[in-house]
Write a protein that binds this ligand. Structure first.
Ligand code: ADP
Length: 400
């Protein structure tokens, strides 16, 4: 290479380098813009939305939202009422607020494994039955809290219990006469003497009557409770209704030398009643008054007018004041009812001391039916009793 070539090459390289330097200065390497960092998502932000607050504030389901440390972030009024808590504080721990370890454990587990789950519990302060359903909030692995929905299922669980009790009671009441019938049939099958067969057949008829009465009363109670029984109310004098009931029970009372009398005051006043149904109530009360009496005892039916608390509109011409009530009572001198049993005798199937009264028969449904019928007349039925001395069953009826 000649000196000239060398000089030219150097000049070329220098100019190229200069151009590159110039280019580099004019077009600085663009650095990609760095996007601003995403704000951390706040899944509990919805709790501050007015629409959410309005909807959740107006429903009767309790709603509680907690953060991952189980601090309360939201709680509606229904939750406060259902759990019986006062003065809730935002940020307070769930356990400190609801004081129920089962509920706290439910939420802790849902937060841990991201699975929804539910329990039923009976918190002591409110005495209700509550179903709690806990749902974790957020996708799995990023759980940001949990929502607890609280439903009041007290009524459903009471109905469920009533249904179970009914089935248990009916089968219990049927088992005894059916067992007796089976024994009686077996005895007849063993070809005993004719007089024994006759006696067995009589006993069979009694057991069949007991089952028939049970089925009839159950049917009647079901009809009344479902509102399918309509009362045909009309102004009626009470005396003939009382007398008819007494006439029907008298043969049974005579067998035990029990006297039955009636003291009806204000006979000229009429009661607004369904005479057949009130006759049925009286017959039931008289039947018990005779059945649970002693030989030679007494039964008295009384009816009298009582004025309401407000001043009656009765005048000398019209003693049956508007708003007055008849107070009717059936008193006996029988075995009486212990004070601990007294509040329960109107329950379906309740019988005091089953062992002692087994021979007396009865389904334990009569007073439940009577109570419904009196309440259907806007009246009230109640009992007073002294054990060993006797009982008085009273009810009120409106004046026509
Ligand atoms: P039952 O068919 O057994 O008579 P009720 O509903 O009429 O059913 O009565 C329920 C229970 O209340 C009876 O089994 C009895 O134990 C008690 N009872 C009701 N009336 C009297 C009474 N006059 N004296 C004593 N106990 C009574």
């Amino acid at each position: 290479m000649t000196v000239i070539d060398l000089v030219l090459s150097l000049a070329l390289l220098t100019s190229l380098g200069f151009c590159a330097w110039l280019w580099a200065r004019r077009q600085p390497t663009p650095t990609p813009p760095v996007p601003p960092p995403d704000p951390a998502p706040d899944p509990l932000a919805a709790l501050r939305q007015p629409t959410f607050l309005a909807v959740v504030g107006g429903i009767d389901t309790g709603v509680i939202v907690v953060d991952p440390t189980r601090q309360i972030q939201f709680l509606n009024e229904s939750a406060e009422a259902l759990l019986g808590i006062g003065q809730p504080l935002r940020g307070q721990g769930l356990i400190a607020m609801i004081r129920d370890h089962q509920a706290d454990a439910l939420v802790a587990q849902a937060l841990r494994d991201g699975e929804s789950r539910e329990i039923t519990l009976k918190p002591i302060p409110s005495g209700r039955t509550l179903r709690l359903r806990c749902t974790p909030l957020g996708p799995s692995g990023q759980i940001s809290g949990a929502m607890l929905l609280i439903h009041d299922v007290t009524q459903i669980s009471m109905l469920e219990r009533a249904r179970r009790d009914l089935v248990a009671n009916v089968s219990h009441e049927l088992r005894t006469p059916l067992a007796s019938l089976k024994l009686l049939v077996e005895t007849v099958q063993s070809a005993p003497p004719p007089e024994v067969v006759q006696r067995m057949l009589g006993l069979m008829a009694q057991e069949i009557d007991a089952v028939t009465q049970l089925v009839n009363e159950l049917h009647e109670l079901a009809q009344i409770e479902s509102g399918r029984v309509t009362l045909k109310l009309s102004p009626t004098p009470l005396l003939p209704v009382v007398e008819r009931a007494i006439a029907r029970i008298r043969p049974q009372a005579d067998r035990s030398q029990i006297t039955i009398s009636a003291e009806i005051q204000d006979e000229q006043c009429l009661a607004l009643i369904d005479a057949d149904r009130i006759g049925q109530v009286l017959l039931n009360l008289l039947h018990n008054a005779v059945k649970f009496n002693r030989v030679g005892g007494a039964v008295v039916v009384r009816a009298t007018l009582v004025a309401p608390v407000a001043p009656a509109e009765a005048t000398a011409d019209d003693p049956c004041g508007d708003g007055d009530w008849f107070h009717v009572s059936v008193s006996d001198t029988g075995i009486g009812i212990a004070s601990q049993d007294l509040p329960r005798i109107f329950e379906r199937f309740y019988k005091v001391d089953r062992a002692r009264t087994r021979h007396a028969g009865g389904t334990g449904l009569g007073l439940a039916i009577a109570k419904h019928l009196i309440e259907g007349h806007s009246g009230r039925l109640w009992a007073e009793s002294i054990e060993g001395r006797g009982s008085t069953f009273s009810f009120t009826l409106p004046v026509a």
